[in-house]
Design a protein around this ligand. Sequence first.
Ligand code: ADP
Ligand code: MG
Length: 402
Amino acid sequence: MSTPAPARATAAPAPATGRAAALLVSALGVDAAVVVRSPGRVNLIGDHTDYNDGLALPLAIDRELVLAMAPRDDDRVRLVSERDGVVHDFALADLVSGVVEAVARWPSWTTYVQGVLRQRWVEPDDGARPRGLDAAVASDLPEGAGLSSSAALELAVGRAAAVVDGTHWDPSAAARDGRRAENEWVGVATGIMDQLAVAHGRAAHAMALDCRDATWTHVPVPDDLDVLVLDTGARRSLVGSAYDDRRHDCEDAVARLGVASLRDVDDLAALADLPAALRARARHVVTENERVRVVAAALRAGDLAELATAMRASHASLRDDYEVTGPELDTMAALANETPGIVGARMTGGGFGGAVVALAHPGEVDVEEMVARYREVHDLPAEVLVVRPADGTSLVDVVGSG
Ligand code: ADP
Ligand code: MG
């Protein structure tokens, strides 16, 4: 079998739209005033660079999370997700309590929602007036696959909240709210890449993102290249602690080098005096930034050979220097890179489990064969998605006054 036609992955309007609106009625008994769609994202290259003030090349994808919402007259928030149908209920006043206590008290997906609402309403700096809401979530984004369902959820809540409080929609501010929610409320020390990619994605484009000052340029993704997400089916619960270890290594290297961030290092010779383990971590970050520049330029120029070389080198660097790949990602990337029709492939996201991203010639990849070969090595529910670059978080429909 060849690559599925892109149309299979490009359902418009998203079926999740109807599911979210129906769930709001069936679980909470209210009609949607607003429906928000919020995409996942895949990173073409530039991993573990964002928290080092570095470069990345993500794109928002046409797999999305949808939130149907109706404002309330009081300060209660009721939430339901189709994934378990459980109704969660809290008062905005409860969010005033401390972060640590809050994480302990609400250890569920509603923590992301609470974090965003807290950023927006409990510590408001723009005069936004808090008000409760009812919301239902439906999603076609696999969770924990490295497609950033968490940022999709955060930005969807931010977009809905802007409707509730009637303020201007500011995607960059909402991205910052989402990141702080994730860092300070959920307790995951991520950078800003995910939220910016979800907030500012553009159809048919990737974003050449500079995380030092949160600026970007949109880079066209050629029509004659498919973006494939090769989900290994592996999920790793230890990612959080390993992620924190890597961040700590980078901070250690920065302190020893006397620079503001690893972004300030251009010359690998500057790393010579670091202990070997830290030197390897820093070398990944410095060389990965350069590979992002190379891939952005190669996309613009249509230089497939450069793309292939840089993507393979990125995987090797994440495997050998940063040590965040693991057997499943290594198997999948190696298989992909030797599969006819694939231009280049590398792990994407935080690592350990999750997905490989590949650029491919449409219709030329034997997806079933590739998955079968992977499953000879790892007995996991691997899956291949053909994704297309999509627009960032937006309103689908405004039914009522909002
Ligand atoms: P990723 O962002 O790579 O998908 P994360 O672990 O960062 O993985 O975020 C996944 C979390 O986001 C889930 O554990 C859940 O809390 C939340 N989430 C994502 N999608 C949904 C959904 N459809 N319903 C409820 N919560 C969701
Ligand atoms: Mg996430």
